[in-house]
Each structure stands twice: as C-alpha cells, then as structure tokens.
Ligand binder design. Structure first.
Ligand code: F6P
Length: 501
C-alpha cells in the first residue's frame, strides 16, 4: 500500500485544510509537550518538540504507521525474507552487528588478518580505496572516532581525481602501506582505475601486489582475475547493500583503526538500536517516529528537503554519508510492485557541520522563502582528553549554539518595522543528542539513521535496497571511455568531448 492509499493519509490531509500548521512558536511553550514529544533510549535523547505538529497529528501518524504494517515489515526484513525484490536479495546487514557473527568464518578471517597487521607493526599506513558505500561509511567513522584510533594512519581514496592519489603517494611509503581495494561489485571504474595506478606505483617500488594490497568484494572471481590471491580477498555477501556495508569487511579500515574491543562496542551500539527498532512499540520507537516526521514534512507539509547539521567536527562526514544512505535508498518513483508513486519519496538530504553552517546557509534556513526541516545533532559532553582538558571545556559552546539555533528557528523574532530583521520562525527541527562520542554511541547513531531510512521506505512502500538509478550515467561514461555510442550523444556533448578528451 502506497502512502497515498493509506486510509490515514486522507484523514490527515482533511484535517490540514483547517489546521494551523504554522503554530510552532506557540506549541513549543506547552509544558505537556516535553512528556509527549521527547524520547530517550540508552544515552540518546531525541527532542521533536520543535516539529510543526500537535498531539492529534502525531497520533494520526502513529496510526498511519500501524496501517502500513510497519512492524511486520521490519520483522519480515529481519527474518531474512527477500524483500529486495528487484535483485531477489534479503537485507542482511543487521546480522553483522549480532554477537553470533563472532563465531563465523568471515569474522575469524577478518580478525586474524587485522591482528597480523596491527601486531606486526610493519604497516604504518592503511589506504582504503573505494567509492560510495565502499568509502563514505568507513570515512565517516574514521573521522567520528579518531580519538579512539590506535592503529596505523588511515587514508581514503574515492574519486578518480589523481590529486588524492598523488597526496597519498607523497605521504606514504610503498614498503609500509597496505591498500584495501574495496568494491562490492569489483566492477566500479573509479576504484579499479585507482587500483591500477597503485599497483603500478608499488611495482615501480619493487613491492608485489599480494604483499601490499588486499581486496574486499562480493566477487572473488573478479578479484582473483585481477591478481589477488585467495587469502587476500575478504568477502561481502551480496545481501549487504553498499550503503549499509560499513559493518562488513568493507569496514576493515575501521577495525584496523579501532582495534577489536572498541570495534565490538561499535557493533554493539548498532545492535542495541536494531533491537529497539524491532521490539519497541511504535509510540516510542525512535527510528519509526523520526521516519514519520520525514513523511509528515515531505508529504503533508510539502517540504522537499531535509538538512542535517552535526555540532561536532567528528561528524563532519555524516551529512554526505546520510545523503547517499537516504537518497540512494529512497530516491525512487515506483513502489515495490513497480507502480508509479502517487506521492514523492526521499527528500533532498543535505547539510554541514555546525557551527560552521551558521555562518553560511543558516541565513536561508532562518529567512529563506522555503522551509527546511533540520536535524541538529550534538554530543552533550566533550571527549575525554587528559592533556587538553582546559580546551575541551569549549565544547559547551557547541551545545549552546545547537539549542539556540533550534529555538531561533522555531520561535523567530517579529520585526514589523524592518522586514530585513524579521524572523518568521515556525521552522522545524529535531535535536538528537547523546552523552559523548565513543564507539558505542556512534554505532547507535549510525544504526538510527539506517533504520529511519528503512522505516521511511516501508511507509512509502518502496524498495529501499536497490539503486538502478545510478546505472545509466555509468554505462554512458563507460561507452564514451571505450569510444562507443557517440552517435547517441547530443551535438553539444560530442563537440565538448572532441575538444577536451
Ligand atoms: O554507483 C553507486 C554504487 O553502486 C553504490 O551503490 C555503491 O556503494 C558504490 O557505487 C560503489 O560500488 P562498489 O562497492 O561495487 O564499487
């Protein structure tokens, strides 16, 4: 059942004809709202008091989720049903955060290999080479948990732009660098082109492929053909989607950085959130509530974008990661049956770290004609750092600014005399906070976003696990690279390519 066919959709739309949905600056002063619009789980606090809806609509949305059978959809997915119908695959990344994984051959291989790397101390640098889901997740976690990293230095190469490669070659010694070539398909142009250049660089420096390169992939066959020996190939199941793959051997660079104990805490944070997602009643199920707000803002208030602002430099990569997660998962226009969607799915996801964003696009957020709902993310406490304890105190300014912006967006400030200084307010935001950045809390936060994405997909009744939309552009570029298909291009493209390439 699409959102348009959900009986509650009509009920809400009918109410919206009469309801004032620009009443946020009044709503938030209702003391009762704290009990009904704030949620806690573990160290996580989620405050939706600044969303433009009252209790009646919130209850309607909960009914909408019930009518969409969201709980049984979650159960089906977690029981291993092949819900990714267009690829005939199940959705298995949840299993990677369960303790049972530690008994599997996949885990033992991975852990043995990383122990060798960390104990031998012969590798001083590790470079992950991958793009999209084979890059963004590990890169984000590397940034988020840097203070917990004890292993070798970790670098990431994703784009086909040679600039990053040159930088890595300048910083790393070919004799002490391990390159992890991460590609689920082992067919991604960018990754394989970069791998070729790295191979040549190693050869020029008398280092052999299997001494300095390993592959992480679903296609052992292609990796072997490329030259990798079996023991240097780490498998990912076909049933782990690229954007959900940081928990698999795609996260080898995270494991090398964090070490086994902290990595397990990271997995545990994600698992605890999965259990909450699977078992908690809809009324207090945080990922479901936040997915209902995606739908509320996107489909009922018709706000086509969603901004994510983490108030910690540690999460500066989270907006880019969440952008792939939500937009590749839910940027669809047909439902699971292949029928055209009557109401749009994924909003545009964008964002930047705070407070930096306050000195940039917050002008648009406060006074632009369009409204963007904002997720404001903030760890409540600074990281522990004995050496710099006098500096970490400054963290309080992040917390203060996070709350100040949420208040200013919601309440605004009327200036009838000077329109330039008028702040209309009524701009929705959610504050998501947790105790401090550590492997457990970051694992929980990442799993929260994954589960919001999945729950939203269930409400729209789309397949959040395929990504056919990325194929056309790839195949066009491949044809051009092979000097084919010029006749299918526009005159302008032909002219540009003839002059440039
Ligand atoms: O082009 C999009 C995409 O297919 C993503 O879904 C994926 O995460 C990324 O490319 C990388 O793919 P691979 O891991 O197969 O190299």
């Amino acid at each position: 059942m699409q959102l348009s066919q959900n009986p509650i959709t009509k009920i809400i739309n009918d109410k919206l004809k009469f309801k004032d949905c620009k009443n946020l600056s009044n709503l938030i002063f209702d003391q009762q709202r704290i009990a009904e619009f704030q949620f806690e789980f573990q160290s996580l606090k989620v405050d939706i008091t600044r969303q433009n809806l009252d209790k009646e609509i919130k209850d309607d949305l909960i009914n909408l989720a019930k009518k969409a059978n969201i709980k049984s959809k979650i159960k089906r997915m977690m029981s291993g049903a092949k819900i990714n119908r267009s690829e005939n695959r199940s959705v298995d990344h949840f299993n990677l955060r369960k303790k049972e994984r530690f008994e599997t051959k996949e885990w033992k291989n991975l852990i043995n290999f990383t122990k060798i790397i960390l104990n031998k101390k012969s590798f001083k640098s590790i470079v992950n080479v991958g793009i999209g889901g084979s890059d963004l997740g590990p890169l984000m976690v590397n940034q988020a948990l840097k203070s917990f990293y004890k292993g070798p230095k970790v670098f990431y190469i994703s784009n086909i732009d040679p600039i990053t490669l040159i930088e890595v070659f300048e910083k790393c010694d070919p004799k002490t660098t391990l390159f992890i070539i991460t590609s689920k398909s082992f067919g991604t142009l960018e990754t394989l082109e970069n791998a070729k250049i790295i191979y040549n660089w190693l050869t020029e420096n008398n280092v052999s492929l299997n001494d300095a390169m390993v592959a992480v992939t679903s296609s052992e066959k292609k990796a072997k053909k490329w030259g990798f020996k079996k023991s240097n190939i780490f498998q990912i199941s076909e049933n782990i989607g690229g954007r959900f793959s940081l928990w698999s051997s795609v996260g080898m660079s995270i494991l090398c950085g964090l070490g086994e104990d902290n990595y397990k805490k990271f997995l545990n944070g994600a698992e605890i959130m999965d259990q909450h997602f699977a078992n908690e009643e809809i009324e207090s199920n945080i990922p479901i509530i936040l997915s209902l707000l995606r739908i509320w803002n996107r489909n009922f208030l018709k706000l086509n974008n969603h901004c994510i602002v983490p108030y910690t430099d540690s999460l500066s990569k989270l907006p880019a990661w969440a952008q792939q997660l939500e937009m590749e998962s839910n940027g669809k226009s047909v439902d699971v049956e292949g029928q055209p969607l009557q109401m749009p799915a994924s909003p545009i996801i964008w964002g930047e770290v705070g407070t930096n964003a306050q000195h940039s696009f917050f002008q648009f957020l406060h006074q632009g004609l369009e409204t963007s709902p904002v997720d404001i993310l903030v760890p409540r406490k600074p990281i522990k750092d004995a050496k710099f304890s006098h500096i970490v105190n400054n963290h309080k300014h992040l917390v203060i600014n996070a709350v100040a912006q949420a208040e200013a967006l919601a309440i605004g400030s009327v200036d009838l005399a000077n329109a330039n200084k008028n702040f209309p307010g009524n701009r929705p935001s959610t504050i998501i906070s947790w105790d401090e950045n550590n492997p457990f809390s970051i694992g929980m936060l990442i799993s929260l976003y994954e589960n919001i994405t999945i729950a939203s997909g269930f409400l729209w009744n789309i397949n959040s696990f395929d990504q056919w939309g990325v194929e056309l552009g790839k195949s066009t570029a491949n044809k051009i690279s092979n000097d084919e298909g010029y006749e299918e291009l526009s005159p302008s493209a032909r002219e540009f390519l003839q002059k440039q390439v």
